[in-house]
Design a protein around this ligand. Structure first.
Ligand SMILES: [Cu+2]
Length: 157
């Protein structure tokens, strides 16, 4: 068996199956991986970089906010052009074992989970112009509901 662990997007146990405990080698908290070019461990390194029509977001998730570019007027906003290819790299800089964050973009029908210390990437083409709320989709703290931002997609014409 190759897949040992795979967490469902919604943390509910309905599809659980029994497996021998010695088969499971869990990661409680991901270790810092300074060699990962997409990982960002402090606010000062957050940034949004454009390469032609590719946009790379180097953001962080922390209790209880997203910071995509700390130097922007709105650090919780990602602004792209319609048709851009977006690589949203997100590092969860909470290194406590129970602080899993999520990132969902409403109307783009996308969601990812980012475990403590982990860096994950959401890759998509911004093919719908408009303003789209971004939410943390995993209950992470008392201020979880405040953990949000926006994706702004400027129309072509
Ligand atoms: Cu969160």
């Amino acid at each position: 068996m190759e897949v040992i662990q795979s967490a469902p997007v919604n943390p509910e146990p309905h599809y659980a199956q029994i497996i021998k405990a010695d088969k499971i080698k869990t990661i409680t908290v991901y270790e810092k991986d300074e060699s990962n070019p997409y990982a960002v461990y402090n606010q000062e390194e957050t940034r949004i970089e454009r390469k032609g029509n590719e946009v790379h977001v180097y953001g962080i998730a922390m209790r209880s906010k997203f910071i995509f570019d700390v130097n922007a007027e709105r650090p919780d906003v990602i602004e792209v052009n319609e048709g851009d290819k977006v690589y949203l790299h997100l590092t969860n800089i909470d290194f406590d074992q129970d602080i899993t964050h999520g990132l969902g973009i409403k109307k783009y029908d996308m969601n990812m989970e980012v475990q403590p210390g982990q860096t994950n990437t959401l890759e998509f083409v911004a093919d719908k112009a408009g303003t789209y709320p971004i939410y943390c989709t995993n209950f992470c703290s008392a201020l979880h509901q405040e953990m949000s931002g926006y994706l702004l997609v400027k129309p072509k014409n």
